[in-house]
Design a protein around this ligand. Sequence first.
Ligand code: APR
Length: 250
Amino acid sequence: MLNQVADIISNCTVGAALTGAGISAESGVPTFRGQQGLWKKFRPEQLATMEAFLASPDVVWEWYNWRRELISDVSPNPGHYALKEMEDFFSKFTLITQNVDNLHRVVGSSRVLELHGNIYHNKCVDCGLALAEDLEIDPSAIPVCGKCGGQVRPDVVWFGEMLPGDVMEFAFADAEKAEVFITVGTSALVQPAASLPLVAKRAGATLIEINPERTPLSDIADFSFRAKSGELLPQLVTVLRERQKGAGGK
Ligand code: APR
């Protein structure tokens, strides 16, 4: 299967990937729905919604401070680096992520579309103004926006909220143009992100899934690898590099 996928990629120029929490699992970042998933310990409605923030902004900030702490201690894993290297095999490669952990940016992926925002970014809860990233948020004294006085909140997409329109537009446009679409480490349950692989496939892309568990995409993917992304993606890059050498570079 790996060689077949490498053959296909070697003959394509436009690629895209959609990543979910699973690509960061091997970095030690908990997923949302797995056995040790975040949503097993906390209920999303309690923490990742505007209602929760308006009711208890201190509790929501305690949770995000904990997640920021957790994520600031982790490093990208070979799966993140392999997706950065994937750019060498396409003339255009878009990395669409549901993750807010910033790890794709840490490895230097060039075209990253963060559908659900970035956990290190802050914005005003009222006027939406982007605010300083390095703000240490004290849950007992939440800073306020200099422009309108609204409280600072994490600039991530909460349940029930719209995704950033421009990012979505680019994501769907790039999914439609992709000749190869790789979906990695996502349960493919949360819309609209879960539609992107379907949009790509319908537009004629070869759909490749990498996930140790089956998902709703497993039956429609052209290739579905029951594997960890930190293992499979580097193997795929190695095979592609060998082809690239054989073909005298591409
Ligand atoms: N390699 C690849 N996939 C993995 C690995 C791994 N090493 N470990 C776990 N996975 C898979 C799991 O099998 C699961 O299918 O990663 C997936 C993680 O699924 P979720 O926890 O549902 O995370 P995700 O799909 O990113 O959730 C989407 O839901 O709660 C919201 O905003 C949140 O962005 C998140 C969205």
